[in-house]
Design a protein around this ligand. Structure first.
Ligand code: MN
Length: 201
């Protein structure tokens, strides 16, 4: 067993009402668990890659044997994206906003926190089908917003994810049905900016 499903740092109900407990239980206990199981199945076929940090695999997809490359892209990407995503969330806080270094970096790159929020929400809403919206840091240290399809990780493009939002329907459909904008709106209150800051440095 190479990779393991991480425990959530809070209860399934902790993100109510923005994200409901039933969605969290399915999302973590079924969707994420399946990514981990299928990633392990793939790595079993390439034992020379066993025990490597998931980030190393995702940064070097082209170096992987062709017979496991797609599985690592999809399930390894899914495992890493979700492992980050859970840590990027916390119970809702009034006036939840970044502070310190993250706030400075965001303001410097986007003009203001509100301008950043507007752009991020627009891009997240615009993801067609299944994917993610990210705030990333480039190798040159520049912050930018990108979207990735399916479970692709920014690491696959040499970018460091700092903040990510899962916009697959499985992340919000039970509670919000087709109203992705409501899910995005609520999400701002449950971002763990302390964790985001730790990735910004
Ligand atoms: Mn998901």
């Amino acid at each position: 067993m190479n990779y393991e499903l991480p425990k959530l740092p809070y209860a399934y109900s902790a993100l109510e009402p923005m994200i409901d407990a039933a969605t969290m239980e399915l999302h973590h206990g079924k969707h994420h668990a399946t990514y981990v199981a299928k990633l392990n199945e793939a790595i079993d076929k390439a034992p020379e890659w066993s025990g490597k940090p998931i980030e190393e695999l995702l940064r070097n997809l082209d170096a992987l044997p062709i017979n496991i490359r797609t599985a690592v892209r999809n399930h390894g990407g899914g495992h890493h994206n979700h492992s980050l995503f859970w840590q990027m969330l916390r119970p809702s806080q009034e006036d939840n906003a970044p502070h310190g270094a993250v706030m400075e970096r965001i303001t410097g790159s986007f003009g203001s926190f509100d301008a950043f929020k507007e752009q991020f929400a627009k891009d997240a809403l615009g993801v067609f089908g299944s994917g993610w919206c990210w705030l990333v840091r480039s190798a040159e240290g520049e912050l930018k917003i990108i979207t990735t399809p399916n479970q692709d990780s920014p690491l696959m493009q040499g970018l460091q994810p700092i903040l990510g939002l899962d916009v697959w329907e499985h992340a919000y459909y039970l509670k919000h049905q087709n109203r992705r904008a409501d899910y995005i709106n609520g999400w701002w209150a449950i971002i763990n900016w302390d964790f985001v800051e730790s990735l910004t440095r």
